[in-house]
Write a protein that binds this ligand. Structure first.
Ligand SMILES: [Ca+2]
Ligand SMILES: [Ca+2]
Ligand SMILES: [Ca+2]
Ligand SMILES: [Ca+2]
Length: 462
């Protein structure tokens, strides 16, 4: 029996972590080398950070410019080296909207939120089950000005840090309940910081009878369902800021209990950008590239026009938006749709003049300013698995010349007739997209017309 030092048995493996992967700009981040295997030296690379490299085991790094950054660490034990890169490991941006916080969850404060206990320690915003907004829930946040005699002290509840870039509007709403204790008025302020809490700007301030939702009294205030009010604050002036802190501040004056609940921050967009990808079977040259059909000489990157419909997720699948747009030779279809479709779920429907109408497999939740859907990567991307694998890509079936949702004898007959006329140019019977109606188009429709192909939709359509 003998023993070997464990470190020499272990494989050299680079590993690291940061204490905070979502720091504010200008706030140092503590990194730790957690590599195993007898590390004797190391090199860090902090893209966008200061310092931009280090050999320390626990370097402190600051990011000066808002962004999302990679971090790399390469360690050696004198014999081998082990590199590790964590992509987009550090981001200084705040989190996305929406915020919808009713304080019904178990974490207190909610994840990413901060309860700032200024002045007298222990006197702070407190989660209570005595009242929920408009009587509609169990919990709210309360500041106990009834019990605590701390005039002038300010304590805050901070919403998780937010990224407000890209929106067209941003609104904050919250429910409040308060009753003036006769002779003693407390106040509520809402403040916003764009510099990680160094400075705040007040965007809302109400006190006393202006804040009150229940007149005045001299008892320990617990609101009824009717003793609440919803406040709305427009935060449009903070659009474009990638790091925004919103906080609720109690300004104490030994008055009465102040309650807040149902804090919602909602952003809207004026337009959303859709990035779809689809390939037409007959036009496909392989490798995801198609013929330039419309104008091969003048528009070599444009394949053809398509109509995209966006339809509601549920029956009767109402049309929400429709646009005739360009299908590029690489299959991409990019267009804008109304921002009102943000956070709604839609089917994408592709209509093309001589292909089978094809729906996305399922409704897609449009949960950001851009949305990407690629039909070409799997048959299951289409509703009813209704595509054909051709040259490594899943393609829309070619051949529905008369656009009745079926590829059948009428389509076949049309191509058969036209293929004898030596037609050239932009022709609906040109299924291969080479600007000729000829035998290859006939061969394609001859095959597809025997497969009993019809449009698969979430409703019966034959
Ligand atoms: Ca609640
Ligand atoms: Ca306090
Ligand atoms: Ca047809
Ligand atoms: Ca052709």
């Amino acid at each position: 029996m003998w023993e070997t030092p464990i470190t020499s048995l272990r494989t050299l493996t680079a590993n690291f972590a940061a204490l905070d992967t979502n720091p504010c700009v200008g706030i140092p981040v503590q990194f730790s080398d957690m590599s195993t295997g007898g590390v004797t030296s190391r090199t860090w690379t902090f893209t966008g950070g200061t310092p931009s490299s280090s050999t320390a085991a626990q370097p402190l790094v600051t990011y000066a410019v808002p962004g999302t950054y990679n971090v790399s660490l390469s360690v050696t034990n004198g014999v081998n080296t082990s590199p590790l890169t964590k992509s987009t490991y550090i981001t200084t941006y705040g989190g996305a909207l929406p915020v919808a916080e009713g304080f019904e969850g178990s974490s207190n404060p909610p994840s990413g939120w901060k309860n700032v206990d200024n002045g007298t320690a222990g006197y702070l915003w407190t989660k209570v089950s005595t009242a929920g907004g408009f009587g509609g829930s169990t919990y709210s946040m309360m500041f106990d000005n009834y019990t605590w005699n701390i005039p002038g002290q300010k304590d805050e509840l901070q919403v998780r840090r937010l990224d407000l870039t890209g929106y067209s509007t941003v609104n904050l709403t919250f429910d409040v309940a308060y009753q003036v204790f006769t002779g003693y008025s407390d106040s509520l302020a809402v403040l916003v910081s764009t510099d990680c809490g160094n400075t705040f700007t007040r965007v809302y301030f109400k006190g006393g009878t202006t804040l009150s939702t229940a007149g005045s009294g001299s008892n320990n205030f617990v609101p009824t369902a009717a003793q609440w009010r919803t406040e709305t604050i427009n935060l449009n002036s903070y659009i474009g800021q990638s790091s925004v802190i919103v906080e609720f501040q109690n300004v104490a004056n030994f008055g009465n209990k102040l309650y807040i609940d149902n804090i919602n921050l909602v952003g809207t967009y004026s337009t959303l950008t859709m990035n779809l990808k689809a390939i037409i079977e007959g036009f496909h040259l392989g490798g995801g590239m198609m013929n330039a059909v419309v104008n091969p000489g003048g528009q070599p990157l444009n394949c053809d026009s398509v109509t995209i419909e966006m339809r509601e997720a549920n029956s009767p699948y109402t049309l929400k938006y429709s646009i005739k747009t360009i299908l590029k030779t690489n299959g991409s279809i990019t267009f804008n749709c109304p921002g009102t479709l943000y956070n709604t779920a839609c089917y994408f429907v592709i209509k093309h003049r001589n292909s089978l109408e094809t729906w996305s497999a399922a409704p897609q939740l449009l949960n950001g300013p851009t949305y990407t859907y690629d039909f070409t990567t799997g048959i299951a991307k289409s509703y009813g698995n209704n595509m054909v694998l051709n040259g490594g890509k899943y393609c829309l079936f070619s051949g529905d010349i008369n656009q009745d949702g079926v590829i059948e004898s009428t389509d076949f007959g049309d191509v058969e007739n036209k293929s004898q006329l030596f037609l050239f140019g932009y022709q609906v019977d040109d299924l291969t997209g080479d600007n000729l109606v000829e035998s290859s188009d006939y061969g394609l429709i001859e095959n597809n017309s025997q497969l009993f192909l019809f449009s698969q939709r979430p409703y019966f359509s034959l």
